[in-house]
Design a protein around this ligand. Structure first.
Ligand code: MET
Ligand SMILES: [Zn+2]
Length: 748
């Protein structure tokens, strides 16, 4: 017996970030279109060869992209919104991705609960002709390299619809789309392709049942083409859709067995005898080597219901970096339990061999051994674990309620002005950090240079006339990495890049052990800043859930425990900042919303510990200390109640849609604490006018009592230039002055 292996997506950025480099060169006119496309092609071919070498039987192809694969499908299917119609080629493609003078880009949002962002399709009333030529060309080329192993990956029609903003009814859109998908499938069949993967991840969402009829009408038509269809789902289980999805006329169905309850569903409903089951068994969302015992148990259970199976990663491997063995600077004991895309291919192959009955005892023992060595290398921190066990309810409660502590906190003028924390990270600052890292300058030199930046930043803020200042975050590369680097239990890769969006890649830290603060993390910079001004300077921290969501967490203990460990470390920092004189401390939690589980029924459990971790980090603050938090770029509507439960004294939120929707959502529920509604969009280089900010403030005030309102930009300013930041903030302060005068006049 043999057990086939499959992949359902692979990293497409290039092992040395070739695509990013080519893109950036192309955008700055240093590279021509042909070379850019050639680069993407080479990365793709390299990926095919890697998967072929790893022995994968059905290799998902066609997910390589210049920017985003959802956008690729939008363009192929001819779903071009009116405002881009006069453009063509790459010019149009990148205008849709990034916008162009006077033409806003497609909206960008998170791909399910991952940190990947896709471009949200807008389904227009009029379609342009479809053009699949690039995809067909890729498929044809893949056949040359892979033969029948080349399995094109297609974004499913219903997922595309469900993730789009529609100008027409879903039914109408579906019928237009169907025609085009039929053309595509026919063309692929004519090429001699033997099977296609149709990815329908929306089947795991809570509302998937609403789409049942569309699935049941579209899929039979697709099946008529006669090309075997492999329906691929991931990120969670099928729950209420399981029973009818199994009946769709496809030849294969893939399920994720690393998340959700697909195993239970399988036991309950069985699996159709006429289909192959793609078993997503190797976790594509995290970077840990497999623990074979648990996986073999799951595989044994599954095989009680079907023997027609294929083994595969749980999702596209685009969510992990390429190769863990490249991380030479990491301790071997840790490196050996890491598994990036290449290692995961080997794991899939290993599992398949074992299931097929081949003797893999030595391999199993080796894996076992690497885990044992790792456990010795990173033993449990008993003190931290003890602290977690001994937490009491009072550790999560501030000593006085909001209304009682309010009068004890620092007096400020009405409509206090402030910023979100970071100021421009100039290339000089970045160069400085590189020099320090390379050992070209000493710590003292580095700190002196950072301090000079802080001093300049404080002076500028004073000149602008802001009420509450910040030190500027010049010492931080990134709001998560900076803390991870100072906490025990975190590791950092050198080359562990994953795509966040387009040409933006990130290297998520790895949480591998119990987390503890070993020394103050932010106190030095705070003190320097505060010593230079009479105005209050905010202490500035990143909250636990954001740290976890933007990292690869451990899998041997719960996310709750990891969040609480980080919270305890931050709690010590809060206390130290207070002792150092901070009257205001901001703890940023921008990723709270995006960590919400895909299924609503799991929201409460998540929110409960997520909010508690913020409270644990901050409740130690004296009543006199004002605690701020900041959130941005998410839909708050879902979690309003919980925002109140954070019990922060002040929250600042982003308002990039500029229609105060978030503010309305937060305040409609009767939000009683203070709130700063972003007065202008920090992602735009355009300097907002005073009038614009006044208007924005008035809209906010209409919603809320004056005493609750703060004035601030949307988010941190680190990606902006000083030439933009200074006039923008001046206008913000001027707008506030105008507002204060008006209010004064009214109250006279
Ligand atoms: C993504 S939220 C960013 C908050 C952080 N304090 C900053 O100003 O950059
Ligand atoms: Zn922000």
């Amino acid at each position: 017996m043999t057990v086939p292996t499959t992949t359902i997506g692979y990293p497409r950025i290039g092992k040395s970030r070739e695509v990013k480099k080519a893109l950036e060169a192309f955008w700055s006119n240093k590279l021509d279109e042909e070379t850019l496309l050639q680069t993407v092609r080479e990365v793709e071919i390299f990926n095919w060869k890697t998967q072929l070498k790893a022995g994968i039987d059905r290799i998902g192809i066609g997910d390589g992209t210049l920017y985003d694969s959802v956008l690729d499908w939008v363009v192929r299917l001819g779903l071009i919104p009116e405002r881009f119609r006069h453009l063509s080629g790459l010019d149009r493609y990148f205008a849709m991705a990034r916008g162009k003078e006077g033409i806003p880009a497609l909206e960008m949002t998170k791909w399910f609960d991952t940190n990947y962002h896709y471009l949200v399709p807008e389904i227009p009333t009029k379609f342009e002709p479809a053009d699949f030529s690039d995809f067909l060309e890729t498929a044809h080329l893949a056949q040359e390299f892979l033969g029948d192993r080349a399995i094109p990956i297609i974004l499913g029609p219903i997922s595309l619809l469900r993730l789009s903003n529609l100008e027409i009814s879903p039914e109408q859109a579906a019928s237009y789309l169907l025609e085009r998908y039929l053309i595509l499938l026919t063309q692929l069949k004519n090429l001699g392709i033997t099977e296609v993967q149709i990815h329908e991840p929306v089947l795991v969402l809570g509302d998937a049942a609403n789409w049942k009829e569309l699935y049941q009408s579209i899929y039979p038509s697709l099946a008529q083409v006669g090309l075997p269809l492999h329906l691929v789902t991931y990120f969670d289980d099928l729950r209420e859709t399981y029973a009818w999805v199994m009946q769709l006329p496809v030849t294969s169905i893939s399920l994720d067995f690393t998340r959700g309850r697909n195993l239970e569903l399988l036991k309950q409903y069985g699996f159709p005898a006429d289909k192959r089951l793609g078993i997503g068994i190797v976790d594509a969302r995290n970077i840990w080597k497999i623990r074979p015992e648990t996986l073999f148990y799951i595989l044994d259970e599954i095989q009680k219901f079907t023997s027609n199976i294929s083994l595969q990663p749980s999702a596209s491997l685009q969510f992990v970096p390429y190769d863990a063995t490249k991380e030479k600077h990491l301790p071997e004991a840790l490196r050996n339990v890491l598994s990036f895309a290449e290692q995961k291919l080997a794991e899939v192959a290993f599992l398949a061999k074992t299931v097929a009955g081949e003797n893999t005892k030595t391999e199993q023992e080796n894996i076992q051994k690497t885990w044992e060595i790792f456990e010795q290398f990173s033993p449990a921190n008993l003190t931290v674990q003890e602290k977690l066990r001994n937490l009491e309810l009072s550790d999560f409660e501030r000593s006085l309620s909001y209304s009682l502590r309010l009068s004890q906190q620092i007096p400020l003028p009405p409509l206090p002005t402030t910023t979100i924390g970071s100021f421009p990270q100039t290339s000089e600052v970045r160069k400085l950090r590189v020099k320090y890292k390379k050992g070209e300058i000493t710590l003292a030199d580095y700190q002196a240079a950072i301090d000079a930046e802080i001093a300049r930043c404080i002076q500028i803020q004073e000149e602008i006339g802001l009420d509450v200042l910040v030190h500027g975050e010049f010492e931080r590369t990134d709001m998560v990495e900076y803390f991870g680097q100072q906490l025990s239990g975190f590791a950092f890769t050198e080359n562990g890049w994953v795509q966040s969006y387009g040409s933006r890649y990130v290297r998520p830290p790895i949480i591998y052990g119990d987390v503890e603060r070993t020394a103050p993390m932010t106190v030095r910079e705070f003190k320097i800043a505060q010593s230079l001004t009479q105005k209050p300077v905010k202490g500035m921290l990143t909250a636990p859930v954001t740290i976890i969501n933007w990292s690869y967490p451990r899998t041997d203990i719960s996310r709750q425990d990891q969040a609480f460990q980080i919270a305890l470390a931050l709690r010590e920092e809060v206390a130290d900042l207070e002792t150092a004189g901070a009257q205001i401390i901001q703890v940023d939690e921008p990723a709270l919303r995006e960590g919400l589980p895909l299924k609503t029924e799991r929201w409460n459990e998540y929110l409960s510990w997520a909010i508690d971790s913020f409270r644990l980090a901050t409740a130690i603050a004296q009543p006199q200390t004002q605690i701020h938090t900041h959130m941005c770029y998410c839909e708050f509507g879902d979690i309003i109640q919980e925002i109140e439960r954070l019990d922060a004294d002040v929250i600042s939120i982003e308002n990039s849609r500029s229609n105060n929707q978030t503010l309305r959502e937060v305040t409609e529920g009767g939000y009683s604490h203070q709130i700063g509604n972003g007065t202008y969009d920090v992602h735009s280089p355009v300097v907002p006018t005073t009038e614009q900010i006044v208007r924005q403030l008035k809209a906010g005030i209409a919603n809320l009592p004056l005493s609750q309102i703060w004035v601030n930009p949307d988010c941190g300013l680190k990606t902006r230039r000083w030439e933009e930041v200074i006039p923008a903030l001046k206008n913000m302060v001027e707008a506030t002055r105008i507002m204060r005068e008006e209010i004064n006049d009214i109250s006279k």
